[in-house]
Ligand binder design. Structure first.
Ligand SMILES: O=C(O)CCC(=O)C(=O)O
Length: 207
């Protein structure tokens, strides 16, 4: 469903089997050799997610991408798995867009997790100018997702992103404000064995 020009919500994009496999991958990554952590952002506030960047690290202090986690432990961002890149390409194509993702931000939200309304604008100027989409995949508990306009003060619409949903925003929607106001506990499909929510956002820094 196109909820605004360039913004597409695909309800139930992933089968339950694909969700189970992807949750397994996410768990292994967030508890792996380069684990997810709670970023502290500019101004000193802690984010309300555990974050792990793949392919390139997003530094919450500088709002820039870098190869290693200089704001945390100096470890290198793990590589973006080829199957993640393929999934991002498949979802973007369903929206009639092209994405050759070179990074993914993987966030884990517990029942108290949330993310303030913001723009994704730290990718390269060329990527942003071309409107290369962000592709988001949700797994586990449902999120109340807020999708606004190009200005912070624009009205927002609230949608529920459920497990297996994909959301794509590119072209004229690429810089629209968005965030997560709450997680709805105990809504994950039982087969996932997951309390909380994983969200993956695939992006293309380089064009
Ligand atoms: O968790 C979500 O659905 C949104 C995540 C997000 O806004 C981001 O990673 O920039």
């Amino acid at each position: 469903m196109e909820i605004a020009p360039g913004a597409h919500h695909f309800s139930g994009f992933l089968s339950l089997d694909r969700q189970v496999a992807l949750v397994g991958d996410c768990r292994a990554l967030v508890d792996g050799a380069v684990p997810a952590y709670v970023p502290v952002v500019r101004g000193g506030g802690k984010m309300h997610v555990r974050m792990l960047c793949l392919g390139r690290h997003w530094n919450g202090k500088t709002y820039q991408y870098e190869p290693t986690r200089t704001d945390f432990d100096g470890l290198p961002a793990p590589p973006l798995p080829a199957e993640f890149r393929a999934l991002a390409r498949e979802i973007a194509a369903s929206a009639g867009m092209v994405l050759d993702a070179d990074l993914c931000i993987l966030n884990y939200y517990d029942a108290e997790g949330r993310m303030g309304v913001h723009q994704d604008k730290d990718e390269s100027e060329r990527s942003l100018a071309a409107g290369v989409p962000v592709v988001s995949v949700s797994l586990g508990d449902t999120a109340r997702f807020l999708f606004g306009g190009a200005r912070r003060r624009d009205p927002v619409q609230a949608l529920r992103l459920e497990s297996g949903d994909a959301f794509v925003f590119g072209g004229p929607a690429r810089l629209r404000y968005h965030g997560v106001s709450r997680i709805v506990p105990d809504t994950a499909p039982p087969a996932l064995g997951l309390a909380g929510r994983f969200n993956l956002t695939f992006r293309q820094y380089d064009l």
